[in-house]
Design a protein around this ligand. Structure first.
Ligand code: FDA
Length: 306
């Protein structure tokens, strides 16, 4: 209840408070700091995916600048021999402004990724852009560019999308989904979302050569994914696990690495951290209640986010 309340009040919380409690989820404001985070993760046996924070570019100048930022990220990954790919959002590349220009921007980034043997993950945003995001993904695949899609298990359509992407031999990150979607199109029940996640995973893994990134911190679900790949006899080169920076599941990730599985951490950085940080806070009831305490407690009261 307190988490629910705090999540709804988040827009009223001063940015300085949000920044403090959300800092664990963001690698920093600049690329150099984020690179250091990736280097540390690599040294611990993890892969990474670097994300330049930002979404809903308001004009073409922002969208064009985002391309340059990603090209720079790719160049630094290559120069420093990091084990990292990149993740991006199409609205950050101007999807709400001009679809064709967005596709061209993505092609530029994906061509550089291809030339240096890297890979671009297209994050999935809210349901208003699901179709267009998957369509652009397919356009790039048709050009043999190294891109991957994301499917959100909470959407009722996802198992069918998984079956379609399986036929393409797609590389798919599977997550639960973070945006607020109505019951008409999305499952709200936790068990239904888990069941959809596993059905979509099975559709992808029984296809032949699709690749699945299981992106969840839900421990029972991770165990069920492990049981699934074992039951289907899927070799470990066809899947990986993914987690978000700052979510406290290191013990689980370390165990997966020790078992020989590939584990990738999502490393977001940049100055436009607020929307991403707010979503992460909404997902952590302990942090939400911490925010409430920060707002209503007498000055000087501190605590530690969970
Ligand atoms: P769930 O929310 O049930 O969390 C399981 C447990 O993890 C919680 O009980 C808690 O212990 C812990 N936990 C989760 N979030 C936490 C937090 N913020 N702080 C502290 N503890 C936390 N979504 C989307 O719509 N489009 C996308 O492109 C992506 N991309 C993406 C990439 C990667 C690598 C991951 C891991 C996730 C995404 N997501 C996403 C987000 C995803 O849809 C989902 O919202 C979150 O992963 C939380 O869901 P879980 O599966 O972790 O389960």
């Amino acid at each position: 209840m307190i988490g629910w309340l705090a999540a709804r009040m988040l827009p009223l919380v001063p940015r300085s408070v949000v920044r403090r409690v959300a800092s664990r989820y963001v690698a920093g404001e600049d690329l150099t700091t984020a690179i250091e985070v990736v280097r540390t993760l690599n040294a611990r046996g993890y892969e990474a995916t670097l994300d330049v924070l930002g979404e809903h570019a308001k004009d073409t100048a922002v969208a064009d600048r985002t391309v340059e930022e990603y090209l720079n990220v790719l160049a630094r990954i290559r120069e420093q021999s990091l084990r990292s790919n990149i993740s991006l959002k199409l609205t950050h590349l101007g999807l709400h402004l001009d679809r064709d220009a967005t596709t061209q921007r993505l092609i530029r980034i994906a061509e550089q990724a291809r030339d240096q043997g890297n890979f671009v993950r297209i994050d999935m945003e809210d349901s208003s852009v699901t179709d267009v995001t998957l369509a652009i993904y397919r356009e790039l695949r048709a050009r043999d560019l190294p891109v991957g899609a994301v499917l959100q298990a909470y959407l009722r359509r996802t198992v069918e999308d998984a079956e379609n992407l399986a036929r393409l031999g797609a590389n798919v990150r599977l997550c639960k989904g973070i945006y607020r979607e109505p019951r008409t199109i999305a499952f709200h029940d936790r068990e239904e979302v888990r069941a959809s996640f596993l059905r979509a995973a099975e559709a992808l893994l029984t296809s032949g050569d699709a690749y699945v990134a299981f992106a969840t911190h839900d421990r029972p679900l991770v165990e069920r994914c492990l049981a699934l790949v074992s039951r289907l006899g899927v070799p470990s080169r066809r899947f990986e696990f993914q987690a978000l920076l700052g979510v406290p599941v290191e013990d689980l990730l370390d165990r997966l690495v020790a078992q020989g599985f590939r584990v990738r951490v999502y490393v977001p950085f940049g100055v436009d951290w607020y929307p991403y940080a707010s979503r992460r806070l909404r997902e952590n009831p302990q942090v939400a209640s911490y925010v409430l305490k920060q707002m209503f407690a007498p000055r000087g009261v501190t605590g530690h986010p969970g």
